[in-house]
Design a protein around this ligand. Structure first.
Ligand code: ATP
Length: 434
């Protein structure tokens, strides 16, 4: 279990402008969340790090951004239209509808009744919609429940445009929608969320090697996000719990405030998807090796599948710390510096002194040009500002005081140690970069 309670995390996120309930002003819409100014920046920083790590910094990866709405044949071929079901039961005492596999010891998590469940019913989790003005079978389509299929449907395009050597991967990040029966645990189980997925195409004989390499790369990425190794657990999913096409799956789990739960999945999907597309579309999905004597083949696939919300929640959980500075209790987000939504906060020591404010504004504008995510903060007294910046994870606070006006120096305060150093304004950027 994590040290921070779910309640503390949710309340911090709302109070400080990270994450709000979706449509809150109308009483909310279950399973939807809105990211505020700090949340959207944190989420983007996580996504950018993923894109840099797995696309930009590699030579064997191609990025795509496919449409969310896809031809419904995609979901028929992938099995989602018929198979994307979770058995659902209803509690006959309180009428709560629940996923059968989430029920422990036959007890209703809502009212506590034991053994009062209806027979399980299948429930398709895809959101239906229509493309075009008529609402009939022909115009029926779905909001995508995963980003993976937008990758598979572009596999042939990438080969034709870029002639990659196998192994190579195609990566995509973006929204996915699932009509979850019981959204819960903050953003952990949402109805609208983001995924970051890769389909990595390999020769069948090479799948184990590629799988192990991805396992290592995933652990390195989680470490870069500041997630402690002792809070991450690899669960080898047994055969009877795996998707039918998967020959091996490892779920990476994390110790969330609500308990240990799935963070991301790594699966060997064999040639299941490409074979299905080949059958349903009538188009060959064979890869033709550059060596003319080698036989064409349909590649097998390793799929690392990350959920953005679950990563953001893990990052916040791992970063949240309560400590004592100078005898005063504080809560602080010890986020890795690259992930912090605000890089630097700039403050005049006192609010009502125009000469301090003028100098502080000047410093603020210079830093903003250099670092982008810089906040000007003159609300409340300086102690309160430091507490607030600690709580949103700002690595450095720069303060302009009376001495600054005399000798053109400012103080830089470090979030983690709360120690302050006085430096010349002219070397401020260099100091912050270091
Ligand atoms: P679960 O068993 O928790 O429902 P899953 O095994 O169905 O998840 P996948 O289909 O493997 O999930 O999706 C890949 C990743 O997408 C998950 O590891 C998770 O990070 C993310 N994800 C899936 N469903 C949700 C959701 N409802 N809300 C937020 N993230 C999700």
């Amino acid at each position: 279990m994590s040290d921070v309670s779910l309640e503390t995390l949710v309340s911090l996120c709302k109070r400080r402008g990270f994450i709000y309930q979706g449509s809150e002003v109308y009483g909310g819409l279950a399973g939807t969340w809105d990211y505020g100014p700090l949340g959207v920046q944190l989420k983007r920083n996580v996504m950018n790090l993923w894109w840099q790590t797995f696309v930009e910094n590699r030579v064997d990866m191609y990025g795509v951004d496919a449409a969310i709405l896809m031809n419904k044949k995609v979901w028929e071929a992938s099995g989602h239209a018929t198979g994307f079901n979770d058995p659902m039961v209803e509690c006959q005492q309180c009428n709560a509808r629940l996923r059968q596999d989430h029920i422990k010891e036959d007890k209703c998590p809502v009212c506590g009744a034991v053994g009062k469940f209806s027979e399980p019913r299948q429930f398709n989790m895809m959101f239906k919609t229509n493309a075009g003005p008529t609402e009939d079978e022909n115009s029926l389509t779905y909001l995508r429940p995963e980003t993976a299929q937008g990758i598979f449907t572009n596999y042939k395009n990438i080969i034709d445009s870029f002639y990659p050597d196998v192994p190579f991967g195609i990566a995509q990040m973006g929204k996915a929608f699932r009509n979850e029966i019981s959204p819960r645990d903050f953003v952990f189980r949402s109805r609208e969320f983001e995924q970051m997925e890769t389909e990595y195409f390999v020769q069948e004989s090479e799948w184990e090697k590629a799988f192990e390499q991805w396992r290592t790369d995933i652990k390195k990425f989680l470490d870069d996000l500041g997630l402690p190794a002792d809070k991450i657990h690899e669960l080898e999913v047994p055969q009877n719990d795996r998707a039918h096409y998967s020959k091996r799956t490892i779920d990476f789990e994390f110790d969330y405030p609500h308990g240990r739960d799935e963070l991301l999945g790594l699966a060997y999907r064999t040639d299941f998807d490409l074979m299905n597309i080949q059958k349903a579309s009538g188009k060959s999905m064979e890869y033709k090796p550059k060596d003319p004597s080698a036989k064409p083949f349909v590649p097998h696939v390793i799929e690392p599948s990350f959920g953005v919300e679950r990563l953001v929640m893990a990052v916040l959980t791992a970063a949240y710390t309560e400590d004592e500075i100078g005898g005063e209790k504080r809560s602080v987000l010890k986020l890795p510096k690259d992930l912090a939504p605000v890089k630097v906060a700039v403050s005049p020591l006192l609010k009502n002194k125009p000469e301090l404010a003028a100098k502080a504004q000047e410093v603020y504008k210079t830093l903003k040009k250099e670092f982008g995510n810089v906040m000007y903060d003159d609300n409340g007294n300086i102690g309160k500002r430091y507490r607030r910046q600690d709580e949103i994870g700002t690595p450095h606070c720069v303060t302009i005081d009376f001495q600054s006006l005399e000798d053109d120096t400012i103080t830089i305060r470090d979030r983690d140690t709360a120690e302050q150093a006085r430096v010349a304004t002219t070397s401020l950027i260099q100091n912050l970069e270091e």
